[in-house]
Design a binder for this molecule. Structure first.
Ligand SMILES: [Mn+2]
Length: 341
């Protein structure tokens, strides 16, 4: 999981701020000095690119780490003008601003994974720096679901009242949870953390059993909206249970989508019914879960090519274009097929 720091990048002073922020995150994630140094170079290059190219308002840099440490991720987000030729922009020496174009080449060389989506509506570039330079996801079986997400506190809050978890089993199954503590700030975060603790205790208990356990665990908190999704790729099955306002959408390869059903209520307080639903897990599909910090009116097919990008890039685009901007925002995306080409 990631819990992200959001840095608005507007002018050159943001570049140092981005460097300092990523060094703090890298230290908390227990990265070595060498790996933290790589992350700082990448942060500088991403921020420099935003200052140079993201017109007129600048962009955003999200910096996060895996919950257990060991990896740092950055997502650079802007609203335009977009890169005409993404492949060339990724090569060292190419620049449209008449300056040495080292930035994106450095991102490519210094991260273990990266991906980009660029259109006239803007660019989202994601990269992941793993301790020791080892790529964890490269070791996944080729049909294992790819996933990523982001979680950003409401404006003027340092603690995020949303939280998410994702756990993989040896046999390829994935268990995923999003919790949105009521309101925002520290009391919302308390509820979300309690949901994470209940999830961590038995991540592959059934979604219904997990919500029941959370109903007890969150009774002394403000309560939360929670959804749990478990995917069994070998069985081609998604099992889902939700209470409250977490939006779940399953998108098939042809772009058709269906909403996943949650009952009304608040985990920890009034819950009328906890119910599990099974859905077919599509062979080339996507699962998108998000908190109500995002609007629900997005349509992925309006972004040609986006559905095949890395889940982190999809999450970044949805955050950029649909965040409400007054609440914690969390988006998690899981893809049943590898991204690419
Ligand atoms: Mn919320």
């Amino acid at each position: 999981m990631r819990s992200d720091v959001l840095i608005p990048v507007t002018d050159t002073s943001s570049i140092g701020e981005a460097r300092r922020a990523v060094l703090r995150v890298a230290e908390a994630a227990k990265l070595s000095e060498t790996d933290a140094g790589r992350a700082a170079i990448v942060a500088s290059e991403l921020a420099t690119n935003l200052v140079r190219h993201a017109k007129p308002a600048g962009g955003l840099l999200l910096i996060g780490a895996d919950a257990g440490g060991g990896a740092v991720e950055m997502t650079s987000i802007d609203t335009g003008p977009g890169m005409g030729d993404v492949a060339r922009c990724f090569q060292d020496g190419y620049s449209t601003a008449g300056t040495p174009g080292n930035g994106l080449g450095a991102v490519r060389r210094m991260s273990e994974e990266h991906d980009i989506f660029s259109a006239s509506s803007g660019t989202v570039l994601w990269c992941r720096i793993v301790a020791g330079g080892a790529s964890r996801t490269a070791a996944l079986p080729s049909r294992a679901p790819r996933s990523s997400g982001l979680s950003v506190p409401a404006p003027n809050e340092t603690l995020c009242g949303d939280a998410w978890r994702l756990t993989r089993a040896e046999d390829g199954r994935v268990s995923l949870m999003i919790a949105d503590g009521l309101g925002h700030g520290p009391l919302a975060a308390d509820a979300a953390v309690a949901a994470c603790q209940a999830f961590d205790a038995a991540p592959f208990a059934s979604p219904g059993a997990l919500l029941e356990a959370m109903q007890a665990a969150l009774s002394g908190t403000r309560g939360a909206a929670v959804a749990v999704a478990q995917v069994d790729p070998a069985a081609g099955k998604l099992t889902y249970a939700g209470v409250g306002n977490i939006a779940g959408t399953l998108i098939a390869a042809d772009g058709s989508s269906r909403g996943l059903f949650s009952h009304n209520g608040t985990i920890g307080h009034l819950v009328r019914k906890i119910q599990m639903f099974d859905y077919p897990w599509p062979p080339d599909g996507l699962l998108v879960l998000h908190s109500d910090g995002l609007q629900t009116r997005w349509v992925l097919s309006k972004y040609p090519g986006l559905a095949r990008r890395h889940p982190a890039v999809i999450a970044g685009v949805l955050f950029r274009d649909f965040k409400r901007g007054r609440d914690d925002s969390t988006v998690v995306v899981m893809a049943s097929a590898p991204s690419g080409p």
